[in-house]
Ligand binder design. Sequence first.
Ligand SMILES: [Zn+2]
Length: 479
Amino acid sequence: MRLQFLGAARQVTGSMYYLQTKAGKFLVDCGFYQGPDHPRQQNRRDFGFDVRKLDWVLLTHAHLDHCGLLPRLAAMGFQGEVICTSGTADLSELILLDSAHIQQEDAEFDMKRWRRHGRQGPPPLPLYTVEDAHNCLQTFRDVSYDQVEELAPGLAVRFRDAGHILGAASVEIWIKEGGAERSVVFSGDLGSSGRPILRDPHLPGPADVVVTESTYGDRQCESYEQTVAQFAEAVAATLADGGQVIIPSFAVGRTQTVFYELAELIRSGQIPAIPVFIDSPMAIEATGILRRHPECFDEEMNQLIQADQSPFQLPQLEICRSRDASIAINDFRDPCIIISASGMCTGGRIRHHLRHHLERPQDMLLFVGYQAAGTLGRAIVDGARRVQVFPHEYHDVRCRVEQIDGFSAHADSAELVDWITAVGAEAEAIFCTHGEEPAATALAQQLRQRLTASVYVPELLDVVDLRRLSLIDSVGVAG
Ligand SMILES: [Zn+2]
């Protein structure tokens, strides 16, 4: 019974945990590394175990930093099953195929450069291909929330709603081995309570070992009501000035939340019924997938749908699937709202909108998510007066720029502490992962004051003996 931390140790990316039991070997998550500098070799490193002997991957949710390396696992000979909820399976298909396309495009670009620069070294290959993604999707098996699933004698699992994005789950694992029994809970990414559309996180049962995320382990977020009020005020002010509002947004999760609130604000008359453009093919797909999963909706959302007031239907909604439809938005001069990806302006159609709006003082660029260091979004939020939007193309930033943080799909430190205190009330060991070092450490300190468990902030490749509950190895890779 061993657990090894293969990612998300003292950082918020690349979630991957390897468990070895007599009943089988499995991963919890198999995430892509998306650090600020995107060192590509991180995602090409050896997994550190025999992929062909891996039996299962328990997938908590479809964000790329949790599922993004699954196609690579398939390419390296994975024969087992990926087990997740049906919402996660549907979203993973969208996200992994998109990721595979990007990998292939990047490799083609690198290949041209490699040919131009004298073909030095081995030719660049994609991290994985669309075919690898399709192969890996074949291995998915979905399970229902709250059902105990016996994977093998002595090994059972259960997925509980984590309230983070569609299909997201915390995973409970029960291991029986030679007279010893252990229950281990992985939080996955935990959502914040009281958010629209999806249910709040459900509490798993008490566990011996808790492996928790700590993204906001050192941060207290303002109330969601305040966030929405701030959002309404910013949007209303720009529209009243005759301006247009541009919202760079992540396709999965954030776009749907923002869209929901816009619909509410229009319905309640707090902002006028202006046209809303959704200009991101992936966001459109993700919204379609969300609509097909009413089993994940909270009560309020179900009531809205029963009253025929689906927040996904607005009187002047423009869904821009094609490139032409996207370009046509440029001719629209009246007040409107444009939601486009990517959320940090690192690529996608949002860049074309920046080209048209950055220099217009009456317009507003409204950021609704975290902007990582080194991204175009971060430069603008930090107050850059002139930015590069395309190669050799610079624009002055003359529009209004606003950033609203509270739409994050992550629990804040108080919510994390409450959740862990309940699940870990009788735990012997708690591991704080998926957080920058200050956040993970701050959370660990709070937990030590409240709980009797030993609380650790593990390093990458640390190994835990789950029977004795001690760190047995800080270097090297488990076999
Ligand atoms: Zn996530």
